[in-house]
Design a protein around this ligand. Structure first.
Ligand code: AMP
Length: 282
């Protein structure tokens, strides 16, 4: 039987969230030290690779789909599809300089040495900004470069900013916002494509569930129209036996939750319940 090959980071920032996503998609697997494993209940083989290598494996069709940072797809200039932004592994590619570097504008980087593991993206940014700096390509521990005298600045991924802080660096320019994406081989054959489509649907259902909540409230008919206009989609309205009270069930985006709840309460909503959603298919 045909089997979809998915490339995941074998260790590092995206590993845990990638595994969690597949599990939430109902894909079971045995995890151990092996670098590839077959799902126990879905036609999928999971390949654990260095994240730097994933874009190339996808471009070559060695893996059919993969989860990798958008930054790496752009850095490696790979012609592969971004199917879905996954909402984890968020970070930014930023230029940072030592705390004592007197920085006022980009021109201050002219003729400076910048250490980075993202030379392609940095070079494009410097070219666009007409800055003539010297790029020093290193593959890891970039933040240490100014402290050991091999560069005047760095260009690296920043998430919490803690690593910059520990190394006495300050962030001065953001080049790119990034997050984990689902990517795919552009020339997948149709038998694999149909498995990939099932995976995409499951991932979308999980993503929607993660960003939405199920809201139940009771209200009287008096402000029903205002209450419904506060809720998006098609809320369900259920009359409560022999009273002028109704129950409203609705899906609500988590980022608007508290503001909407406060508004609904002002409109007379009572007995509000907010429930997590496991999966959301539309
Ligand atoms: P932080 O201290 O949280 O700002 O993380 C910075 C360090 O983690 C740097 O060494 C980055 O290269 C690395 N890093 C941060 N976010 C990511 C990410 N999304 N993917 C890969 N590496 C990351």
């Amino acid at each position: 039987m045909e089997c979809l090959k998915i490339a995941l980071q074998k260790s590092g920032r995206l590993y845990t969230d990638s595994i969690e996503l597949l599990k939430d998609c109902g894909i079971e697997m045995n995890l151990g030290k092996q670098l590839n494993t077959k799902s126990l209940n879905f036609p999928m083989e999971i390949l654990f690779l260095r994240d730097d290598d994933i874009p190339k494996y996808i471009e070559d069709g060695v893996a059919d789909v993969g989860i990798v940072g958008k930054n790496l797809i752009l850095e490696k200039k790979k012609n592969i599809n971004i199917i879905e932004y996954l909402g984890f592994g968020r970070c930014r590619l930023s230029i940072a300089v030592p705390e004592n570097f007197h920085y006022t504008r980009l021109d201050d980087l002219d003729e400076k040495r910048i250490a980075t593991s993202h030379p392609t993206l940095l070079s494009a940014f410097l070219k666009k900004s007409q800055i003539k700096a010297h790029i020093h390509h290193i593959s890891g521990s970039v933040e240490i470069a100014p402290n050991i005298g091999i560069s005047d600045a760095v260009c690296d991924l920043v998430s919490s900013g803690e690593t910059l802080f520990i190394n006495n660096l300050k962030e001065i320019e953001t080049i790119l916002e990034s997050e984990a994406v689902l990517t795919s081989y552009p020339h997948m054959k149709s038998s694999k494509k149909s498995i990939a489509e099932i995976l995409y649907c499951r991932i979308q259902a999980v993503k929607r569930a993660r960003t939405n909540k199920y809201l139940i409230l009771n209200a009287t008919n008096d402000n029903l129209e205002e209450i419904l206009s506060c809720l998006s989609g098609s809320p369900t309205v259920l009359p409560l036996n022999n009273t002028k009270w109704i129950a409203v069930h609705a899906i609500i985006e988590e980022r608007y939750l508290w503001n909407k709840i406060e508004k609904l309460k002002r409109l007379g909503a009572k007995d509000l319940l907010v429930l997590p959603i496991k999966k959301m298919m539309i």
